[in-house]
Design a binder for this molecule. Structure first.
Ligand SMILES: CC(C)(COP(=O)(O)OP(=O)(O)OC[C@H]1O[C@@H](n2cnc3c(N)ncnc32)[C@H](O)[C@@H]1OP(=O)(O)O)[C@@H](O)C(=O)NCCC(=O)NCCS
Length: 153
């Protein structure tokens, strides 16, 4: 498995993966959005046998970094791919001198909440009816990087 920065030529593969990961109500990104984010934000992919099987997207706005999305193809879940992708992007954010990384997550997304908690995120607050279907979100933050945890991955 290879983790690398995305390239403009990944846009179609990312769009296909997005269709598998997120249904319409979750506003899957369009191919054009991927083209934009590859150019303007931090987007890393995981590749197995030259196939893109996962990605992570962090939006960079002035002094803020926000984890917008992370997803792993169903076939490849439970192999630490999300953890490795997130660790890679956290290291990059640190290198870019952002002091924290924020994200919102559905309160019913147990796998994602567990992943974020494992990597050191903590909940700042609960956002009522944040999603269109009425589901609440947790606003989570990672303020610093625990070197021991990340160097062991
Ligand atoms: C959430 C998601 C990205 C995890 O990807 P993954 O590669 O399978 O996760 P990893 O193998 O790296 O697991 C790392 C940690 O995440 C948590 N985790 C992952 N899958 C889990 C599950 N099904 N149930 C509970 N915790 C889970 C665990 O803490 C795990 O650590 P552990 O193995 O020591 O228990 C994946 O399930 C996914 O793509 N879901 C659909 C998209 C999504 O909901 N994205 C998040 C919101 S944008």
């Amino acid at each position: 498995m290879i983790i690398r920065k995305s390239l403009p030529s990944d846009a179609t593969a990312l769009y296909k993966l997005e269709q598998e990961l997120f249904c319409t109500e979750n506003f899957p990104l369009s191919r054009g959005s991927f083209v934009y984010h590859i150019k303007n934000n931090l987007l890393y992919v995981a590749e197995i046998n030259e196939v893109v099987v996962a990605y992570v997207l962090v939006l960079i706005k002035r002094s803020n970094a926000k984890l917008y999305s992370i997803g792993v193809s169903k076939l490849h879940r439970g192999k630490d791919i999300a953890q490795k992708l997130l660790t890679t992007v956290i290291q990059e954010i640190k290198a870019l001198r952002f002091s924290k990384l924020l994200l919102e997550v559905r309160i019913d997304n147990k796998a994602a909440i567990s992943l974020y908690t494992k990597l050191g995120f903590h909940t700042l607050k609960r956002l009522k009816r944040f999603y269109l279907d009425g589901c609440d979100a947790f606003l989570m933050e990672l303020k610093y990087v625990n070197k021991k945890l990340y160097s062991s991955l």
